[in-house]
Design a protein around this ligand. Structure first.
Ligand code: RFL
Length: 405
């Protein structure tokens, strides 16, 4: 399937071939078009799938600034809402943290990722951007040579198409062709936090006017508003458990228990319209440049969703990569691409550090990360939460890291 506008460029070549039409690929595509750089986006999914995939929802202030800078933020300003409070519910009581009023005094903007992606797609197509849907990138070749190319295959093709490129932007996530095409010996840092979440989308209004983090002996539970009608919930589950291990009613009962409904009142229930298990892990590819192949977004590094960093890093990297590719293609500054890698890796590692801290705050982590056994670790977590509840300096640190990328 193809959704495309007429373009003077050859159908099988582009200065930049962008793999993937998620937040990273579509921000990059829009910015390259605006800079007058010839590009094409290759996307495995259909337009309907791309426009409806519900994932992230919390946009950092820096993400909004980037989208604003490039005229891509109309939808989120019109339909999004701001959000600046966390509520921690623990065995030692509950407390609220108004992070939007601390540190740099900046809240999140809540705007579903699928709406942002739809906006980015409309802007890209409206500006005459080329995109091939239902077309899978198979592999990237000769990234270190003078004539790099990408092999793709559309749903109706009986043989691959070759796309000649000067640069290939790998924005096709953790399991995409860009990662598969990295040269042998590329460093992939990987850390498995050892815990899993059942991620849920409920057709139910939010039950709190805050992000809810429940720290419970039975495991973590989380509450995040998405819209007045839709709420995302997370339930820590046994590693390897299938997503249908619990009925809807068992899920709501467990959520009520961990979110301490007895003290705070029951959650507002509704149909669970989506569920999936996420194993909390993170990884980072280093460097992000391999000749003419550049990585951005989840392809560059996967973030465990505990601190809502993935989509925000994807947008940050896309802007930085658009600048670097423009410097390389329009001004002959090839070293800009090396600087891109160094700059974005700094942000990725800062975000990994905070996510790692947050994951340790919310869970009883198994394995070697647990010094001195379960009771020691549980006491450390209690002390951390107590520090967060009482120390202004700790709260400011949290606020800056929670909304920052
Ligand atoms: P995406 O969004 O995965 O897009 C990649 C695109 O590439 C396509 N693709 C291919 N196309 C062609 N050929 C191939 N071989 C291909 N392989 C894949 C895919 O179809 C897709 O369209 O990556 P991108 O652009 O890097 O964006 C990353 C973000 O989507 C991701 O980090 C976030 O969703 C993570 N995340 C969250 N991030 C936040 O910042 N805030 C949040 O609140 C938040 N919540 C979440 C999340 C991720 C979640 N899951 C599903 C792990 C909640 C959840 C449940």
């Amino acid at each position: 399937m193809t959704e495309t506008r007429p373009s003077p460029a050859l159908p099988d070549s582009a200065d930049v071939v962008v793999l993937g039409a998620g937040p990273a690929g579509l921000v990059l595509g829009n910015l390259l078009l605006a800079a007058g750089i010839d590009c094409v986006v290759v996307e495995r999914a259909t337009p309907a799938q791309v426009r409806t995939r519900a994932r992230a929802g919390f946009l950092a202030p820096n993400t909004v600034r980037i989208l604003d800078r490039h005229g891509l933020a109309d939808g989120l300003h019109r339909h999004g809402s701001t959000h600046g409070t966390c509520e921690f519910r623990t065995g030692q009581g509950s407390f609220r943290l108004d992070y939007g009023a601390l540190g740099h005094r900046e809240p999140h903007t809540v705007y579903p990722q699928q709406d942002l992606v739809s906006d980015l797609l409309e802007a890209y197509l409206g500006a005459g951007g080329r995109i091939r849907f239902s077309t899978e990138a198979l592999s990237v070749h000769d990234a270190d040579g003078p004539r790099p190319y990408v092999l793709t295959r559309g749903a109706d093709d009986d043989r691959p198409t070759r796309w000649n490129a000067r640069y290939v932007a790998g924005c096709d996530g953790r399991h995409g062709a860009a990662r598969r095409s990295l040269p042998p010996g590329t460093t992939l840092h990987h850390h498995d936090h050892g815990v899993s979440w059942l991620g849920l989308l409920a057709e139910a209004p939010p039950s709190l006017d805050a992000v809810g983090y429940a720290v419970h002996d039975r495991g973590f539970a989380g509450h995040m508003a998405r819209s007045p009608r839709i709420t995302r919930y997370y339930l820590q589950c046994r590693r390897g458990a299938p997503d249908n291990a619990w009925t809807d009613e068992q899920i709501w009962d467990e959520l009520d228990l961990r979110m301490r409904a007895a003290e705070h009142g029951p959650l507002r229930r509704g149909a669970i319209v989506e569920r999936g298990v996420v194993d909390l892990a993170c990884d980072v590819v280093e460097p992000l440049r391999h000749g003419s192949l550049l990585l951005a977004g989840d392809a560059a590094g996967l973030a465990a969703p505990a601190a809502a960093k993935g989509a925000n890093l994807a947008v940050l990297a896309a802007e930085a990569l658009a600048e670097a590719l423009t410097d390389a293609l329009a001004h002959g500054d090839d070293a800009a691409l090396d600087r891109y890698s160094v700059r974005v890796l700094t942000h990725i590692w800062r975000a990994r550090e905070f996510t790692h801290w947050m994951t340790g705050l919310l869970h009883d982590l198994p394995g070697p990360d647990r010094p001195g056994g379960p009771s020691f670790h549980a006491s450390l977590r209690r002390a951390r939460l107590d520090s967060l509840r009482t120390s202004r300096a700790h709260q400011v640190w949290f606020a800056e890291n929670y909304v920052g990328v």
